[in-house]
Design a protein around this ligand. Sequence first.
Ligand SMILES: [Cu+2]
Length: 125
Amino acid sequence: MTPLDWGIAAAALLLIALVNWFFLGPKGRAAVATASSTGGTVDITVLVEGGYTPSTIEVPAGSRVRMTLDRREDNPCSEEIVIPDFGIRRSLPAHARTSIEFTATAGRHEFSCGMGMLHGAIIGK
Ligand SMILES: [Cu+2]
């Protein structure tokens, strides 16, 4: 390979590293919130606005969870939340807080909007 080839290869590797960092780096880690339990029930608040923040929530496996959805928009996309593993489908009034409760079993439990466009997950650890 010529020096130019090496330069192109190095640039390509750097680009791949940057793309991975962008998609898997700080943003992915920051989205994981670890909830802690006080008095038996784990309280978590999730902001609903163009998505779920945080979108990934770690809770102790087997804990009772009170998840409060703070919906700050009236976009019809987010008017329902569905957590199939826990048999939950609940409508979320716009600009209001709605609490749902469930027992978080071990493993990854996906949740989404009613249309399956916005995604998040509860992870029982
Ligand atoms: Cu939707």
